[in-house]
Design a protein around this ligand. Structure first.
Ligand code: GLN
Length: 483
């Protein structure tokens, strides 16, 4: 039962082969049995899950249908869930029970999805390895000595290990696509503004975007359908109609123009990954796509720009966690300053503190022009590169990451080494573009992802290309041993 995709579950439920309650119980038992190896969940919501599953079964027997009605999922632990701990992977929010549901959570619940729990993540979504969580590192089911990627590492490890078919995640600089690549999943970061950020605890507000993590593009289409749409509670949500993502999955790729940036294949890319990317290009050519070399000349400036802008926004967003308005409060403060200092010092981990300091520095008088403003100018150049490229091609293809998943602890003493691994993913966030990662093969038994980028609001095109690719390849069907 646990091997089923969301699409298969929807068919099984519609055909009354099993009930949502039965499936939910099987998956909850599987999580209890296997998750101690992975640490992919921060909280399990068994009672809520059973209650939601029963309600979905009742709605089905009353004649309702829907791809998500009775589908078991989990939420990354930065989506607010009413009355349920929403920790953001931090000691700071360990005892925080959100007073309301995030829009994404509410929309999926209304569609009948069943919440099994809240997944582990890098603290405040800062990281690429899921090692900065206060609840401990998450392990990669493909090799328990390796990281699953981050920051949505819990969602990724859980779905990859077949603990559940799909989960929500968020992507500020790659946190959906990079863990998807590291664990052999399909993950989609939508266009900025496509999915509401209301109730999503903010890391860098101009970059954050929620999206689906699943095994197939078909399942990402189903989950995105339930997440996307205008929300008047989020002032950056965009009032554009949501297309039927499943309807365009089978469009022909004949004549599709794929741009491959020459800058993607420079030093730093593992040559074995480069070869797998070439294989996926050939596969798409067989399906009718036309390949064109393009250039993204400002790509080299994207990492430094991102690691100024994201910490700058984080330093502002995280100021609310002061032990008074929100978050952990220290014992016996001597005065207000002591309260702030110790509450924040105790509540935030090292990586979060590092970013708050970098961000506050970059925004301070005298440095604002030199760092923050300059980074914003680079951001515009990165966007302009994409706009020029999309005059010539329909999608852009390349690796999701320069290397496969590294060993736990391997980059802990060198944060910059970890930042450099984001080179292929962060440009889409800086430009606000949609991006998808899908399985493209293995290196040393570890999964490798290929990334597709599209113009604004062309999520349907990304899902279409990935689905056609998956109809003709079987990388995405491989299961990690032991799970
Ligand atoms: N690795 C990037 C960072 O640490 C991206 C994280 C994310 O997308 N949330 O900022």
């Amino acid at each position: 039962m646990h091997q089923m995709t969301l699409a298969e579950i929807a068919r099984g439920l519609a055909d009354k082969k099993f009930s949502s309650e039965e499936l939910t119980k099987v998956l909850l038992a599987r999580i209890t049995q296997l998750d101690p190896q992975l640490n992919s969940f921060i909280s399990l919501t068994e009672d809520l899950a059973i209650e939601q599953a029963k309600a979905a079964d009742a709605r089905r027997s009353n004649g309702e249908s829907g791809a998500l009605l009775g589908a078991p999922i989990a939420h990354k632990d930065l989506f607010c869930t009413q009355g349920i701990r929403t920790s953001c992977g931090s000691k700071m929010l360990d005892n925080f029970k959100a007073p309301y549901d995030a829009t994404v959570v509410a929309k999926l619940a209304a569609a009948g999805a069943v919440t099994l729990g809240k997944t582990n993540m890098d603290e405040f979504a800062m990281g690429s390895a899921n090692e900065s969580s206060w609840y401990g590192a998450v392990k990669n089911p493909w090799n328990l000595e390796h990281v699953p990627g981050g920051s949505s590492g819990g969602s990724a490890a859980a779905v990859a290990a077949r603990l559940l078919p799909a989960a929500t995640a968020t992507d500020t600089g790659g946190s959906i696509r990079q863990p998807a690549a590291f664990t052999n999943l399909t993950g989609l970061k939508p266009t900025y503004g496509r999915v509401s950020r209301w109730g999503m605890i903010a890391y860098a507000s101009s970059l954050d975007q929620g999206g689906p993590l699943a095994r197939t593009a078909e399942d990402c289409a189903i989950l995105l359908q339930g997440m996307a749409g205008f929300d008047q509670n989020d002032s950056t949500s965009i009032d554009e109609p949501v297309p039927d993502y499943s309807a365009s999955l089978n469009d022909s790729l004949q004549g599709l123009r794929i741009g491959v940036p020459k800058e993607y294949f420079s030093a730093g890319l593992d040559p074995r990954i480069a070869e797998l990317i070439q294989n996926s290009i050939q596969q798409l050519q067989k399906l009718g796509a036309v390949i064109k070399e393009i250039s993204l000349p400002n790509m080299q400036h994207a990492i430094p720009a991102y690691y100024v802008i994201a910490p700058a926004e984080a330093s502002s967003n995280l100021s609310r966690f002061d032990g008074v308005r929100f978050g952990h409060r220290c014992e016996n403060p001597e005065n207000l300053i002591d309260l702030y200092k110790r509450s924040r010092g105790e509540g935030f981990g090292a990586e979060v503190q590092r970013r708050i300091m970098v961000g506050a520095y970059a925004l301070s008088a005298g440095y604002y022009d030199a760092y923050y403003l300059k980074a914003q100018k680079i951001r515009r150049l990165v966007k302009n590169d994409f706009m020029a490229a999309f005059n010539e091609v329909d999608i852009i293809l390349g690796p999701t990451t320069p290397n496969p998943a590294w060993k736990l602890g391997a980059k802990n003493s060198d944060p910059v080494a970890a930042y450099l691994e984001d080179v292929y993913t962060i440009t889409a966030n800086l430009a606000g573009l949609p991006g998808l990662s899908m399985p493209a093969g293995f290196v040393d038994g570890l999964p490798v992802g290929v990334q597709l980028l599209a113009p604004y609001f062309h999520e349907g095109r990304l899902l279409n290309v990935a689905h056609q690719y998956q109809l003709n390849t079987d990388w995405h069907t491989r299961t990690p041993t032991g799970f």
